[in-house]
Design a protein around this ligand. Sequence first.
Ligand SMILES: [Zn+2]
Length: 219
Amino acid sequence: MKHLAEKIFKHQTTVTNDANAAAIGEMVYGTAKDLKEFITITLGTGVGSGIVSNGQLIYGHDGFAGELGHFRVIPNGRQCNCGRKGCLETYASSTGVVRSINEIESKNKTSSKIHTISSPKAKDVFDLAKNGDLFCQEIVDFTAEILGNALADFTTFSSPKAFILFGGIAQSGEYFRKKVNSAMEKGMLSIYKNTVEIRISSLHDKNAAVLGASSLVWG
Ligand SMILES: [Zn+2]
């Protein structure tokens, strides 16, 4: 890819994926400006991530490091597009939240307003939850629990100072952040308790990726 782009554009070229570019965007321009150790988690239609340690993005030997959306959180859980089961993104992405509407059994299910919307989106679940819809609150709690526990486990491999959440679900803000934070702290190995922040990105997700990619060229 790099060599092909260099041949076409006749310029030195840097290639990375959007989640990694977004991590660099956060570091150079965004919420992670003061950080050298952090992990970005994009909660979009899938779940993407970028791991930064000592100010450097972790690429791994082949450039594919940091696919934390495919970290398996539930043994034999939901079918994932990657062909395996139980990946984080089948629960914590916007499509995962919509799957939860059909899969979570609850005594509050029948009275929920979510069923009055013809094709509900994750945003509808969060909006209704904030307005007191008990079933939607259960879905948000379930999502936050799975994501928070995953973040607790991610902490064990690079000991980040913060997780930066962005993407559609993260835009629900403090309401979701607090729930994820409390699930993370509950699941955290004791040596890491109260050492890791969860921040919501200040950059629009698409901007973060573009800004990050541009800073790779200048860097
Ligand atoms: Zn997967």
